[in-house]
Design a protein around this ligand. Structure first.
Ligand SMILES: [Mg+2]
Length: 189
């Protein structure tokens, strides 16, 4: 795979809530490795929203095994992971392969049946593609991040060449005020 090709996600969606989980399952996916900052929550924000917690529960209810793979530090990541009770690896140094192998061991899934979700091309998507994972790019939740990351965003825009997330894909996961998680309408039609 060319360098350019290895930076292209298999799917590009607005948010984790737009990922069609049922279809992922039907396509043989059993494990999900997910980035933390700006993918699940705002950068350096320890707060998991109710919707996020419901989503994480829903993912597991469907049968997926899920873990967090973050380049952020131990304290930040473990605080969050404890909150949502899913395993997490910190200081992962994505896109390097090593932590991805550890994540796969943790999930007990093969590369072919594992998806990687993240908001950054040069860490999440590049790393996932190099491992042969099914890569899903999401739009970053909040623009506040490292100065270095802001430069990376410019490069990402060039690589994606004006590509936009798949807007046709409706939000798959909705969460109503009664606290009941629901799957998207399109799935039932
Ligand atoms: Mg991120």
């Amino acid at each position: 795979m060319s360098v350019f090709g290895s930076l292209q996600p298999r799917e590009y969606v607005t948010s984790i809530y737009h990922i069609h989980l049922e279809r992922l399952w039907q396509n043989g996916m059993r494990g999900i490795i997910t980035d933390l900052d700006n993918t699940l929550v705002e950068w350096n924000s320890p707060h998991a929203t109710e919707k996020l917690i419901a989503w994480l529960l829903h993912v597991q209810k469907l049968g997926f095994r899920i873990c967090i793979l973050s380049n952020n530090d131990a304290l930040r990541v473990s605080n969050f992971a404890r909150l949502v009770e899913i395993p997490a690896l910190h200081k992962a140094r994505k896109p390097r392969r090593r932590s991805f192998y550890t994540a796969l061991q943790l999930l007990k899934t093969t590369r072919e049946e594992t998806a990687m979700i993240g908001d950054q091309l040069f860490t999440d998507i590049l790393g996932g593609n190099r491992m042969g994972l099914y890569t899903i790019l999401v739009e970053p939740i909040h623009p506040q991040e490292f100065a270095g990351t802001r430069l990376v965003r410019v490069a990402e825009k060039l690589i994606l060449r004006g590509k936009k997330p798949n807007m046709a894909q409706a939000e798959y996961f909705s969460f109503d005020v009664s606290g009941v998680a629901k799957e998207g309408e399109e799935f039932h039609s």
